[in-house]
Design a protein around this ligand. Structure first.
Ligand SMILES: NC(=O)c1ccc[n+]([C@@H]2O[C@H](COP(=O)([O-])OP(=O)(O)OC[C@H]3O[C@@H](n4cnc5c(N)ncnc54)[C@H](O)[C@@H]3O)[C@@H](O)[C@H]2O)c1
Length: 345
């Protein structure tokens, strides 16, 4: 079996990770990179640049005719145009999240993949976090019984680079995708508040209250670039207890409800009347981006479906736009793939 011939579009901070991971992955070889910044290309690729062609313009990379698949790691506003052209040229695409910056772009990309019969997958890398996979399996097996609430926290310091999007599109897309993927439920309504305290261009803090239908669980979203320590956590509470995951450490805990009564009154006042067992799962730690690119490679080779369907990426985008719009209009919004903008709930 010959190696897949891989191209990368955009060799910035995330593109460098893609380059490093592709370079270590069996069955694939990076042969071309589209990056307008020559110095950046030289710094990142080092001695490997002798075997890699650089294109200043991504159109030239796509027009070569010898590329099997690309990682699209250029600024998000370019994803739609690049992916649609690459798919039409018969190239499988992995596009970083967010899939695009507009719903019509995301829908057009999905249609282009279907027309071409090629894979279009989205870099929702958290789905490849082993703790997330275990958590999803536990929920599907009914470990918590009925799920009451999913609470995602994704906070950290302000990035030093100027970002072309605020926290709703840049960070919350991860959690909006996770919430739907983990619960198997669709988000129907979002109410949010956001502010721009320290970032020069965009909102840097957003809180969201999320509904999954009239009877589904609640979602709570806490996302910002204003916290001096980086935390990426998710807590699910349900009738049988809670599951708490850290995406950074890949740790997952289960705390069971009930259990035994706390017999000492003063302690019961502090800790609650009953306490259940707590389990820390042993999880085989794995680099999520490596697992993501390996899944993309395998899907191409085996003709399998996209590891993260383009439609899921489009939904995460529509949900992030509803989050942003709800904060702007100060009223609940419904995400929509049928209209360019979210609609008032
Ligand atoms: N999955 C994740 O956790 C994650 C994390 C960070 C970024 N991202 C995503 O990755 C993408 C890139 O983000 P980043 O942080 O690496 O940004 P970045 O600004 O560091 O890098 C973007 C790169 O694209 C290059 N570029 C600009 N215009 C181009 C063009 N027309 N053709 C080819 N290359 C072009 C720039 O020169 C730069 O090197 C964004 O979509 C972002 O949302 C995902």
């Amino acid at each position: 079996m010959t190696d897949l011939r891989i191209g990368i579009v955009g060799l910035g901070r995330m593109g460098e990770y893609h380059f490093n991971v592709w370079s270590r992955l069996d069955g694939a070889r990076v042969i071309a990179i589209a990056e307008p910044d020559l110095e950046r290309f030289q710094t990142v690729t080092g001695p490997a640049q002798r075997e890699i062609d650089r294109h200043a313009d991504w159109h030239d990379l796509i027009a070569r005719g010898d590329i099997d698949a690309i990682s699209i790691v250029a600024p998000s506003s370019l994803h739609g145009e690049i992916a649609t052209a690459a798919l039409a040229a018969g190239i499988h695409c992995l596009v970083e999240k967010p899939i695009a910056t507009t719903v019509p772009d995301a829908v057009a990309m999905t249609a282009a993949a279907e027309r071409a019969g090629k894979i279009l997958t989205v870099g929702h890398v958290e789905r490849f976090n082993p703790a997330a996979r275990k958590l999803r399996q536990l929920l599907a097996d009914g470990a918590l019984g009925r799920v009451y609430r999913v609470h995602a926290t994704r906070v950290g310091p302000l990035p030093t680079r100027i970002m072309d999007a605020g926290v709703a599109l840049d960070l919350a897309t991860h959690d909006l995708d996770l919430m739907e993927w983990l619960t198997g439920e669709s988000i129907t309504e979002i109410t949010a508040a956001s502010s721009q305290f320290a970032h020069s261009h965009h909102e840097d803090i957003v809180q969201g209250m999320i509904r999954f239908g009239d009877h589904g669980p609640h979602g709570l979203l806490d996302v910002n670039w204003l916290t001096p320590e980086k935390r990426r956590e998710l807590v699910v509470i349900g009738e049988e207890g809670l599951l708490r995951a850290s995406w950074v450490t890949q740790d997952l805990f289960l705390v069971r409800s009930g259990g035994i009564a706390v017999g000492w009154d003063q302690l019961a006042q502090l800790r609650g009347d009953a306490e259940g067992e707590m389990i820390r799962f042993a999880i085989n730690k794995e680099e999520p981006l490596r697992a993501e690119l390996a899944a993309f490679r395998d899907a191409i080779v085996e003709g399998g479906p996209a590891p993260v369907p383009a439609l899921a990426g489009a939904r995460a985008l529509a949900n992030a736009l509803a989050l942003r719009e709800s904060a702007a209009q100060r009223r609940p919004m419904r995400p929509s793939l049928e209209t360019p903008d979210p609609v008032p709930a």
